[in-house]
Design a protein around this ligand. Structure first.
Ligand SMILES: [Zn+2]
Ligand SMILES: [Zn+2]
Length: 342
């Protein structure tokens, strides 16, 4: 029995989080003990805090965007020695479902994400299997940004984006920003679409060549003008509204690709003849693969992402419950929040 305890942020019920004393994890066979250094918060954590995610049961420790330092390594993984800083994949994969058998463990039917179906990383220590860890020559803040960016990188990979493509990204929040950076990093001409000028300015710094505020002029005309009258070759939907779900198939070029990362909370009605008439590839995109983690790390190592601009607020561990509550009551006031644990 391990009687040692540690501090953790626990959401006890919707709307109520506090720093609690919980048992410190014991190091199971084949796992690595890590000291958590920084954890980023994203919309899914906010959803959990608000009790809006049906997959979350309470009490729950949130946190899946993680920078940590290895406390105790494993002999068989020399790159993962004590003292090495890492980021990590917060997903599990069963190895037996259709997705896993097809080599697409990111879409495992039985996935458990840290902080969602199982306790997450807003605690002093966690243990992880070595294959989920990614050491990199990055700062703690950069390591913490890797996971949120991988989701957009995966969408760009799903869309088979090349440097010949004109790619429009609908929505410049955390996920959309990753897709913008990935599109630019792959050499494509990148068009960022949002309703918010501040987000569009950040999108520009992340690599968008063109920015489109769809409240200021009709989206259709603006996109045609930027794509020689054909429409974008690829559209990434990172909003999750029925309107943007539909606009993606309406605006994309003939024989183009549409990638959905946004989760629509209600059914969407479509003019399905466009699927056939344009012979579209319509793709879903979920979580990320190991190669997406490696691509984001490469981009950050090459200093090609505006890290300082992308992080809005850094708070101490003790202030984390307060910032969750403040964010929940005024979600527009905050951009990316990170919690520093040391
Ligand atoms: Zn996240
Ligand atoms: Zn599986």
């Amino acid at each position: 029995m391990n009687s040692e305890t540690m501090k953790a942020l626990v959401i006890k019920e919707p709307g109520s989080a506090s720093i609690e004393s919980v048992p410190r994890p014991t190091v199971d066979q084949g796992k690595i003990l890590l000291r958590v250094r920084m954890v980023g918060l994203c919309g899914s954590d906010l959803n959990s805090f608000r009790g809006k995610n049906p997959m979350v049961q309470f009490p729950r420790i949130p946190g899946h965007e993680i920078a940590a330092t290895i406390v105790e390594g494993i002999f068989s993984f020399p790159a993962l020695a004590a003292g090495v800083n890492v980021t990590m994949s917060p997903y599990t994969n069963c190895g037996k479902c259709a997705s896993c058998l097809r080599g697409r463990p990111n879409a495992c039917a039985f996935n458990e994400t840290l902080g969602v179906q199982r306790d997450g990383a807003l605690a002093e220590f966690i243990t992880m299997p070595p294959e989920k860890l990614y050491p990199a020559a990055l700062s703690i803040k950069e390591l913490c940004l890797v996971e949120p960016l991988t989701v957009g990188f995966h969408a760009i990979a799903r869309g088979r984006v090349t440097s010949a493509d004109k790619v429009a990204i609908f929505g410049c929040g955390g996920v959309g920003l990753g897709a913008i950076a990935a599109s630019h990093f792959s050499g494509a001409t990148t068009i960022a679409v949002d309703l918010d000028d501040d987000k569009l300015q950040l999108a520009k710094k992340a690599g968008a060549k063109h920015i489109v505020n769809s409240t200021k002029a009709p989206l259709h005309e603006q996109l045609l003008e930027l794509t020689d009258g054909r429409g974008p070759d690829v559209i990434i939907e990172a909003v999750g509204h029925p309107q943007t779900f539909r606009a993606a198939v309406e605006e994309v070029a003939f024989t183009g690709r549409v990638v959905y990362i946004g989760y629509a909370k209600e059914p969407v009605t479509y003019e399905t003849k466009l699927f056939v008439q344009k012979e579209l590839d319509i793709l879903g995109s979920r979580n990320a693969l190991p190669e997406d983690f490696r691509s984001v790390i490469k981009m950050l190592e090459e200093r090609k992402f505006p890290v300082e601009d992308a992080v809005g607020t850094i708070v101490s561990f003790d202030d984390a419950p307060g910032i969750l509550a403040a964010w929940s009551s005024n979600s527009l006031e905050f951009t990316k929040i990170m919690v520093q644990l040391d």
